[in-house]
Design a protein around this ligand. Sequence first.
Ligand code: 6R9
Length: 645
Amino acid sequence: MTEQHVYPVPDALKGLAAIDKDRYQQMYQQSVEHPDQFWAEQAEELLDWNEKWHTVSKSDLKKGEVSWFLGGKLNVSVNCIDRHLESRGDQVAIIWEGDDPTEDQLITYKELHEEVCRLANVLRERGVKKGDRVCLYLPMIPEACYAMLACARIGAVHSVVFGGFSPDALKDRINNADCRVLITADEGLRGGRKVPLKANADKALAGCPDVHTCLVVKRTAGDIAWDDNRDVWYRDAVEQVPAECEPEWMDSEDPLFILYTSGSTGKPKGVLHTTGGYLLQAAMTHKYVFDIREGDIYWCTADVGWVTGHSYIVYGPLANGTTSLMFEGVPTYPDASRCWQVVDKHGVNSFYTAPTAVRALMGAGNDFVTKTSRKSLRILGSVGEPINPEAWEWYHKVVGDERCPIMDTWWQTETGAHMMTPLPGATDLKPGSCTMPFFGVQPVLLDAEGNEIEGAGEGSLAIKASWPSQIRTVYGDHQRCIDTYYSTYPGYYFTGDGARRDEDGYFWITGRVDDVLNVSGHRMGTAEVESALVLHDSIAEAAVVGYPHDIKGQGIYAYVTPMNGVEPDDELKKALLKLCVQEIGAIAKPDIIQWAPGLPKTRSGKIMRRILRKIAANELDTLGDTSTLADPSVVDELIEHRANR
Ligand code: 6R9
């Protein structure tokens, strides 16, 4: 019955929050009836432009063509830094909290300006020009933020690769985007453990002949290999250049960054975002979803290697002149009280995290939370996967002392910024629902024939009209962009998610309807994991599915068929796990490997994943029809030896 529980807007926010119920209705209506006028007003109000646009928007979803603020010129780093210097130069822009609780650093907007300008000069000096791609493979240290903004300053396009990815994954991404410069660190530090970033980078770069410069931040001063022709210490380089750097004035539609993300087929895609529209929606959603006020301390726990880190640690908060907290560590180190100690230490007002973290902390027990004050908290946020009502209730009651509304924000790497979310002063909350669309967003539910479902119902979630921070293309492969997002339902952007709308118009995301896994909020294609598994000489075939996992949301369940004559054992299992780590990264390690002498296939040879999902979830009474299989007996075998009971 928890689904039925409604949490009204807290009295404490009434009259104080920027957007109340009436204002939401009125603004939403205007945003969908007169989108160009609406977004033009927002763009004037929230961003600084060097030259005004001549056309607000031009889009054709049938062709996957999207552009916003055509002819407008601006620079993202100027919007995130320079324009704040006069009014808040001495205000802290970034609070950096180290993995070790005794380490932290405060960086003012003035200092941020200097750091970004210096690095931008280093990049320019090394030949990086407008439009060139730069790869970032960094831990959660301030330099990650400097590097993103330095690229933006000179019009270079950054491609941030999550520090948990393997050398092979890094190599593929560097080569796909043709990056010539890599910025990394000697080692990262997470939960007291070192991450060998430079060693990984060295391995990757062995396969990237065009990378001429590798800038290395000294984080741990650990032992690393060095190539004098290619490697440069970051600090040495930035100290030798001026602290001022003229920004490059960018067209609103010039690329800002590429971020790789997984789909249901093939290698990860380089999602490309551009300048004006992206920054506008990142800034606007950040401002209204977290009801940002002057002097707020805001903390998003994501890694900058994911889109959440891009939009809600760096671009949104800094565009709004907010103080953004950046955390190097993990929520459970030194113990499960860490987040709340950090909240108290820095007086955090908004805290934005993922359901997987909430569930892990919930499992550690309430004492870790209740022994801290958390008085400064006003707003809580959730992102990355559906939050189960039980975790929602705990987050609300124990962490937020029933005082802080939870913003369950639904969006994607491809959407660039929040798409469906409550607003603190406007939306009554239902635990587990991402509630209502943000301004300008028109979600629809489509049935199997592609017809829009009216009123309450369930279907494929698609978006009916363009929004400013929409994906512009898949880097180097626009056809793939069209095939993935625009061809399933012509005229719509297809999200890959399923959703339900209830009688009150609230949206409930039911999860992916494609072969994409969501493990602890990290996206991964089943095909990527399968390709890693079948690289092993002893493996003939593999099929990977997700299954319900208490902490991770979804775990990875792999059915693996050994070659004829191979006796599978634990050694082989270990070798397979190692392959996944090597090819993708530790996040891709299957939780369960089941040896499968055969896989359930249709007569045309297609693997019936529906059946594999049911067996993995131990839901045997809803297996459905198996009579169309080429060999129905393989199902009995798999059931008998299933590993999740
Ligand atoms: C921002 C981000 C996108 C996929 C998305 C959906 C799932 C994200 C969610 C959510 C339910 C939420 N997802 N937020 N599902 N409720 N609040 O996570 O981007 O890594 O590209 O993942 O994550 O399935 O399609 P990304």
